[in-house]
Design a protein around this ligand. Structure first.
Ligand SMILES: [Zn+2]
Length: 314
């Protein structure tokens, strides 16, 4: 594995949320010493409701090894494999099952990367590191956050969100991870989290070359969790989001990937793939651009709303 500098160079809501009422209930129950009951105050979310999903090859050497909703991707090479995201602490063992069901071995996972450090996407890293010994590579800001189990996540309250895990190496804007003939380029796209990392790679299928983009996520949270203005936990959040949208628009993108099934129309595309559709239905440049445009509009609207609300304050 080599790191090289390259020259030139509303997620449907993330996280199992505990409502304010839920937080109060959690606090009361915790004080009462009934932490087991506190678990039950986490409301079920339709977009986080996972069931087991049969793993499958999406395109080229990329496999979906995640669940019915939350994704994890396996990128295979003759020298070993790269795992992108792990899903949650609770459900990452399904990812392991899926990898083995495909006939791949856990010990052949050599590198782990992530989109962003929210629990439902990376809670399984601690377990996977222990099982595989793979090298975890992350942006500096993600590395800092996962080292303390998400305590510094600006959306959260400073409590531990998942088992802390140490990145073995950090990666900067435009740097690449080269392994087994695959080159993945890191694009830092902060906003959703401070270390949000979008990854791109090229692959070939049926004699055609495609640009693949693993989007990090550009969703904004509500004003109660992540105000865009006067946010002491993230003073330059607006500039970061705007810079990330600008950067994303420059990336060539044919294959639109994101670790949520509904966002990338996973199940519909899988059905079309099974019917033998050519070119591969995961080739979806309109999906790439549509994702960026949709979330940029949501962001700009939210920003305008929050600016207007500030002006109304007497
Ligand atoms: Zn997220």
């Amino acid at each position: 594995m080599r790191l090289a500098k390259k020259t030139p160079g509303r997620d449907p809501v993330c996280r199992y949320r505990i409502s304010r009422l839920g937080r109060a209930a959690v606090a009361v129950l915790f004080l009462a010493g009934t932490s087991l009951l506190a678990q039950q105050t986490i409301p079920p979310r339709a977009d986080n409701h996972n069931e087991k999903q049969e793993p499958f090859r999406m395109i080229g050497n990329i496999y979906w090894v995640g669940h019915t909703q939350i994704g994890a991707f396996l990128i295979t090479t003759p020298e070993g494999h790269i795992l992108m995201d792990t899903t949650s602490t609770e459900q990452s063992h399904w990812v392991r099952e899926n990898i083995e069901k495909l006939g791949f071995s856990m010990k052949d996972i050599k590198i782990m990367l992530n989109s962003h450090p929210h629990e439902e996407h990376m809670g399984g890293f601690a377990m996977f590191k222990e099982l595989t010994g793979a090298k975890l590579i992350a942006s500096k800001r993600t590395a800092d956050e996962i080292a303390v189990g998400g305590r510094t996540d600006f959306r959260e309250d400073g409590s531990e969100q998942y088992t802390p895990v140490k990145a073995d190496q950090t990666i900067s804007e435009g740097e690449t991870v080269q392994f087994g003939g695959v080159t993945l380029t890191a694009h830092l796209t902060p906003g959703h989290t401070k270390g949000c990392t979008t990854w791109s790679m090229e692959l070939e299928e049926g004699g055609e070359k495609y640009n693949v983009v693993f989007f990090c996520g550009m969703a904004t949270a509500g004003i109660d969790r992540a105000p865009l203005l006067n946010n002491p936990k993230y003073p330059n959040i607006v500039e970061d989001y705007q810079g990330s949208f600008r950067l994303l628009k420059t990336l060539p993108c044919d294959v639109f990937l994101y670790p949520r099934a509904t966002t990338i129309k996973l199940h519909e595309k899988r059905q079309r793939l099974n019917q033998g559709e050519k070119p591969n239905p995961f080739v979806d440049p309109a999906g790439c651009r549509g994702y960026i445009d949709e979330y940029e509009t949501l962001f700009e609207n939210l920003l305008a709303e929050q600016r207007a609300a500030l002006q109304e304050v007497p």
